[in-house]
Structure formats: structure tokens, C-alpha cells
Design a protein around this ligand. Structure first.
Ligand code: NAD
Ligand code: TYD
Length: 350
């Protein structure tokens, strides 16, 4: 296959490429990324010189740039990660989310539509990477299933919902071969330090206060990033065209449980006093439209594709803490520049 990956310099895309490029020398991978604040080319150091890997800097909202990339690489599989991905940023400035997540997805679909029709038949596969946040918020019980009604709350999740609808429409209307995966919250190495887990670990190391939104009782269903990457590849290989698969690890935790676990692990790994770290917890103003609970029913991908997660919450969290402690240089490289300025402008020194 000639696999075109969008957003491969971001958190999940880089983990995906670092896992699959060495494993599949028979496939060619091209990474198309605009390199926004959330990207870090250093994340791709393990594969930068691999013979079956290429990088193209391009904006998925630029149809001429996409045309050139598709002409050069002639992909027959697109794995679409590129997105603006942070809920808090989407609340402060939604426009870029509509542009990249909705318009960018549209331009990619159009590239595939004009190139993959082979007589009356279609070739190729468009794999759309999406989120469980499109389903909105759960109460105390129940799980998101593939048939759960879309009910997004934030500009981020509504832009992802819109992109899912476009992908499904290009399948129903034109016949474009697509698959969609909707995954729960990921954590692991290479995640940009604006999301809960890296924010907390790095603040603990620097003995800064740990900002917990509202009462900290919101629940997220955490999945180690490599398990997500394996699930996507499994769906590409074994999933049915036109279908949606939910991906999750049955690791429902309140935000307080996550922060307490991180305090314990950081204390164990660094020799710090756990009570000193726990005392850094601080309850701050809640996020507007903050979804209360996410939880995934992953029985369809298990039954149809045979995928199950390998990491438990305990093993995955320890690996993640260790990775952030051991990779100060990576952390500094993403914290400099635009991100740092944005955080200072919007959140002061919180
Ligand atoms: P990320 O923010 O870490 O990375 C996004 C990448 O996309 C960056 O490399 C960025 O430069 C690139 N990008 C942004 N706009 C672009 C544009 N216009 N053109 C080309 N490239 C552009 O995101 P992530 O956490 O790795 O998420 C990847 C995908 O997975 C997203 O579609 C997200 O919705 C989905 N997802 C994420 C999670 C999660 O917990 N992080 C969970 C489920 C689904
Ligand atoms: P986040 O990592 O932003 O992912 P998402 O909003 O996509 O689920 O946040 C995870 C949870 O942690 C969410 O309930 C918001 C909360 N949170 C905090 O309490 N403090 C923080 O500093 C951050 C970044 C998130």
C-alpha cells in the first residue's frame, strides 16, 4: 500500500508512524503535516531516515498543495489524523477548528473522490480518525455505542462530528470506500503538554499547582496511545468498508483519580514526597460545556476485528510518567515558541 498519513507529526500520528513504518517495509508511508504548534518533527526521529517514509509539509486546507502531494505519492490509503485537537483552545478560538477539521477533511475527501474511481468500481481506503466526544456526555451509567446519537458539546467535538458526517456522506453518496474509528481519551509518550496527563506530570516536577477543573469528578475512559494505533491498523486490515468502530480501554477514571495516581507514580519514580505533590491540587473554574462522562463500548471492534488493548491503566500510566521524566529535551522543544506565548496570554501562570 501507499499510505498517506495526515497529522503524523502530532501525538497520535507520530506514535502511529513510529510503530508501523518499521513494521511494514512493504508499505510506503508519507506524512502530510502543516507543522502547527502541536507538531514536533523530533517525535519522528526514529523513522526520519527510513526508506519507506517521506515527509511533506502541507496544509490540508490548501487544495493545490494537496494536489501536488497526491500527484507525487499516489496514495491508495489515507489515514486522516490531522486536526486541531484541544477542547480548551476550541472554546477560546473556534475558527481554526472549523477550518482544519471540517474544510480540511472536505479537501482530502475530494482528492480521493477524483482519483480513486476505477470504471464503476472504487479503489483505495479513507480511514478517518475521530473521537468519542462526538457523542456528547453520558450520565452515571451506559456506554457510547456506534449507534449512539451524535450530540457534541464543544467547538472541537462539533467540528469532529461535522467531519464524521462528511466522511459518511462521501461514502453514501459517491461510494468512496471509508472507515471511521471513534476513540476515547489517549495518553502516552509524545502528547503535547496542554492535555491533562502531561500538564499534571510536568507541573508536579516543577512543584506548580495542579489545576483541576470544577470538582474533578468528570470521567474519561483512558487508552494508551499504542493500543489506539494498533486498533486503527487492525480496522484498516480487517474492518468492513463503510463501518464505524468505537475504540476504548474500559479505564473509566475521574480526573481526581487520574491526578492522584500521577502524584503516586511521580513520587515513586522521582523519590518526591507524595503528600507534597497531593497538596499541589487546586480546584479552578470549570470548563464551559464540560462533558461529565465518556465511556466506550468496544465490543464491535473486539468481535469483528479481534482487537483488545494490551496496556492496563497502571502499566500505561507508569510508562507515560517515566517517558516524560526521561525526555526533558522533547518537552522543552514543544514548550518553547507559540505554545508558551498562547498559554501565558490565555491562562497567565496557572
Ligand atoms: P495533535 O493536536 O497532537 O496533532 C495534530 C497534528 O495535525 C499536528 O501535527 C498538526 O501540525 C497537524 N495539523 C493541524 N492542522 C493541520 C492542517 N491544517 N494541515 C495539516 N496538518 C495539520 O492531535 P492528536 O491528539 O494526535 O489527535 C490526532 C487525531 O486523533 C485528531 O483527529 C483527534 O481528533 C483524534 N483523536 C484524538 C484523541 C486524543 O485523546 N488525543 C482521542 C480520539 C481521537
Ligand atoms: P483533556 O486532556 O483536555 O481532554 P478532553 O477535554 O478532550 O477530554 O482533559 C481531560 C479532562 O481533564 C477533562 O475533563 C478536563 C480536565 N482537565 C483538568 O481538570 N485540568 C487541566 O488542566 C486540563 C488540561 C484538563
Amino acid at each position: 500500500m501507499r499510505v498517506l498519513v495526515t497529522g503524523g507529526a502530532g501525538f497520535i500520528g507520530a506514535n502511529f508512524l513510529n510503530l508501523l513504518v518499521p513494521r511494514h517495509p512493504e508499505h510506503h508511508f508519507v506524512n502530510v503535516d502543516k507543522l502547527t504548534y502541536a507538531a514536533n518533527p523530533k517525535s519522528l526521529a526514529p523513522i526520519a531516515d527510513a526508506p519507506n517514509y517521506a515527509f511533506e509539509r502541507a496544509d490540508i486546507c490548501d487544495p493545490e498543495a494537496l494536489d501536488k502531494v497526491f500527484d507525487t505519492h499516489q496514495p491508495d490509503c489515507v489515514v486522516h489524523f490531522a486536526a486541531e485537537s484541544h477542547v480548551d483552545r476550541s472554546i477560546l478560538g473556534p475558527q481554526e477548528f472549523i477550518r482544519t477539521n471540517v474544510e480540511g477533511t472536505f479537501h482530502l475527501l475530494e482528492q480521493c473522490r477524483k482519483r480513486w474511481k476505477d470504471g464503476d468500481a472504487w479503489k483505495g481506503l479513507f480511514h478517518h480518525v475521530s473521537t468519542d466526544e462526538v457523542y456528547g456526555s453520558l450520565g452515571d451509567t451506559g456506554f457510547f455505542e456506534e449507534t449512539t446519537r451524535y450530540d457534541p458539546s464543544s467547538p472541537y467535538s462539533s467540528s469532529k462530528a461535522a467531519s464524521d458526517h462528511l466522511v459518511r456522506a462521501w461514502h453514501r453518496t459517491y461510494g468512496l470506500p471509508i472507515k471511521i474509528t471513534n476513540c476515547s481519551n489517549n495518553y502516552g509518550p509524545l502528547q503535547f503538554p496542554e492535555k491533562l496527563i502531561p500538564v499534571m506530570v510536568l507541573k508536579m516536577v516543577e512543584r506548580q499547582t495542579l489545576p483541576i477543573y470544577g470538582e474533578g469528578l468528570n470521567v474519561r475512559d483512558w487508552l494508551y496511545v499504542t493500543d489506539h494505533c494498533e486498533a486503527i491498523w487492525t480496522v484498516i486490515e480487517k474492518g468492513k468498508v463503510g463501518e464505524t468502530y468505537n475504540i476504548g480501554g474500559h479505564n473509566e477514571k475521574t480526573n481526581i483519580e487520574v491526578v492522584d495516581t500521577l502524584c503516586k507514580l511521580v513520587a515513586e519514580e522521582t523519590g518526591a514526597d507524595v503528600e507534597e505533590l497531593l497538596a499541589l491540587k487546586s480546584f479552578v473554574k470549570d470548563r464551559p460545556g464540560h462533558d461529565m462522562r465518556y465511556a466506550i463500548d468496544a465490543s464491535k471492534i473486539e468481535a469483528e476485528c479481534g482487537w483488545t488493548p494490551k496496556e492496563t491503566f497502571e502499566t500505561g500510566m507508569r510508562k507515560t510518567v517515566r517517558w516524560y521524566l526521561d525526555n526533558g529535551e522533547w518537552v522543552e522543544s514543544v514548550r518553547s515558541g507559540e505554545y508558551k506565548r498562547w498559554m501565558e496570554e490565555n491562562y497567565g501562570d496557572r
